[in-house]
Write a protein that binds this ligand. Structure first.
Ligand SMILES: [Zn+2]
Length: 145
């Protein structure tokens, strides 16, 4: 499960709308408890490093950007717990490309953006055998455990 406050959800949706008609991307910074529940504390926007002509359906985070994200997470005594990106005019389900580039453990949040307006936000995790994505519950959280 991913705990994502409505405020952070708004940040992600705003990123998706700003990047439209291209894909936005970024990382989720937070912590994971012993039960495997992830709590996002912060989002960090990252410039989509994919070539311009591909940004409408692909995103890329460079190793340098990833390192910077990990450093800023560590400076908050937190970790990178996942990634987010948008699907302009496309459902918020992972593509084959998304699955092929995913790593275990992380949450992959996808927000659909229809005609410039953010719609549905979902989160996905690789199955243990890495063969597929399974949808992860999002708890917008009222501070209760
Ligand atoms: Zn995608």
């Amino acid at each position: 499960m991913l705990r994502l406050s409505t405020e952070l959800e708004k940040n992600i949706k705003a990123d998706g709308e700003n990047a439209y008609p291209n894909e936005c991307c970024g990382v989720l910074i937070g912590e994971v408890d012993n039960a495997g529940v992830k709590t996002a504390m912060s989002t960090l926007t990252i410039d989509n490093a994919k070539e311009d002509s591909e940004q409408y359906h692909r995103f890329l985070i460079t190793p340098e950007d990833m390192m910077e994200a990990e450093q800023s997470a560590r400076s908050m005594k937190l970790d990178v717990i996942g990634f987010y990106h948008s699907h302009p005019d496309h459902p918020s389900a992972p593509s084959g490309y998304d699955k092929d580039h995913a790593l275990p453990f992380y949450s992959y949040v996808i927000v659909s953006v229809d005609k410039g307006k953010a719609q549905i936000l979902t989160s996905w995790e690789l199955t243990d055998d890495r063969s597929d994505f399974k949808q992860e519950n999002i708890n917008s959280g009222g501070g209760t455990h």
